[in-house]
Design a protein around this ligand. Structure first.
Ligand SMILES: Nc1nc2c(ncn2[C@@H]2O[C@H](COP(=O)(O)OP(=O)(O)O)[C@@H](O)[C@H]2O)c(=O)[nH]1
Ligand SMILES: [Mg+2]
Length: 364
């Protein structure tokens, strides 16, 4: 499992690890996880040609049997030698509720690698109190700390965009607070540092697996309240009446959405949007991981589109009704500014429920 908070770069890193293992001749199967259906991450993984299963409607810990089922489905299809799984970014305590139960109950079938947890350096510098800036409330910070505390390996990602001096400050803060963890500095985007990190996990998968570390104390009431402060919205929308420039439209829609969220004081954890004209016409992907972070288009479309399918995954600290109102408003305004029509086919907005793991085991 490659864990970490929303927007830390898990999906990007997982696809890199899958490519690394593929180059080494290992068959890989990916398992994506989210609270609801219609996942940008699954679309991204499938576009890269890797076999992928998606577990929705709850995190791995609360849908443990679905996780085991997903490995069976992948085994029937491609018999992977390595499974790479992305837990929901608002989830923690995955060692006790996923790694140990897997090892204990299915130890003949699986060796579980040490848990790696990624951090976005700018987000982590704020949550750890090293730098000031907009962040989340206390209970979300509690959940974030627990994610780092249970990691055997902490991976400072996005080193390509943050000055080395700030990365050094973050490393010292992490070493102070989490002395048991190994720390790597990488860029999942540029590839910097990835091989060193991958070389630390892959032999562990093949030889000894996960070391049993000390049990982590966690207050599920605070964790659950922290997770429920994060609103979730997944929408699937049809756009018609073009021609229109899909890349420009995505940027405009995201800017309008961010303004509406700003007005309500809602902090974005991760906004992911894909736009697909269909018929293998490519995919545009937009990501934003903080309010003041400019939305990035990591994949662009070529030419004008007559119509397209839009997928919006928004996770932000705020009332889900406000997320829905802001998303509807941004879609209305962006569509009329471009002279196109939009139709919301499916939308879900909610707060994650109290996490209740299927199993919870201590390392002993
Ligand atoms: N600059 C930079 N951006 C990155 C890096 N890794 C991921 N990102 C971006 O961070 C955003 C969130 O990445 P994603 O992999 O979806 O995060 P996840 O929510 O943890 O799965 C996307 O815009 C990525 O392109 C990196 O190493 N450097
Ligand atoms: Mg992801």
């Amino acid at each position: 499992m490659i864990g970490g908070f929303l927007g830390a770069g898990k999906t990007t890193a997982i696809l890199r690890l899958a490519e690394y293992l593929d180059r080494k001749g290992r068959r890989v199967g990916l398992i994506m996880n989210d609270q609801s259906v219609g996942l940008v991450d699954t679309t991204m993984a499938a576009t890269r040609g890797f076999p992928v299963e998606e577990i929705t409607g709850g995190c791995f810990c609360c849908r443990f049997d679905s996780l085991v089922d997903a490995t069976c489905h992948l085994t029937e299809k491609v018999a992977p030698q390595v499974f790479i799984a992305e837990p929901v970014g608002s989830c923690t305590d995955v060692r006790a509720s996923v790694s140990y139960p897997l090892q204990r109950m299915y130890g003949d079938a699986f060796v579980v690698a040490p848990l790696s947890v990624l951090v976005d350096p700018i987000r982590a510098l704020r949550v750890l109190g090293v730098e000031s800036g907009a962040s989340f409330s206390g209970k979300v910070h509690y959940l974030y700390h627990k994610q780092l505390e249970e990691a055997a390996i902490l991976v400072i990602n996005k080193c390509d965009v943050v000055e080395p001096a700030r990365i050094a400050m973050l490393r010292s803060a992490l070493e102070r607070e989490f002395p048991h963890a190994r720390i790597f500095e990488v860029s999942a985007r540029s590839g910097q540092g990835l091989d060193e990190w991958f070389e630390a996990i892959v032999p562990a998968i093949e030889c000894d697996g996960q070391r049993a570390d000390a049990d982590m104390e966690i207050d599920y009431a605070i964790y659950g309240e922290g997770e429920a402060l994060l609103g979730w919205l997944n929408a699937s929308v049809r756009l018609d009446g073009g021609p229109f420039d899909g890349n420009a439209w995505l940027r405009d829609m995201a800017a309008r959405l961010q303004l509406r969220l700003d007005e309500r004081g809602i902090e974005i954890a991760h906004l992911k949007v894909t736009l697909s004209p269909g018929d293998n016409g490519g995919l545009a992907v937009l990501n934003q991981v903080r309010n003041e972070h400019r939305a990035e288009l990591s994949h662009e479309l070529i030419g004008l589109l007559p119509g397209a399918d839009l997928l919006v995954n928004l996770r932000a600290e705020g009332d889900p009704d406000h997320l829905l109102a802001a998303t509807r408003g941004a879609l209305d305004d962006a569509a009329s500014a471009a002279g196109i029509r939009h139709h919301i086919r499916h939308v879900e907005h909610f707060r994650p429920g109290q996490p209740t793991p299927t199993y919870r085991l201590s390392p002993a």
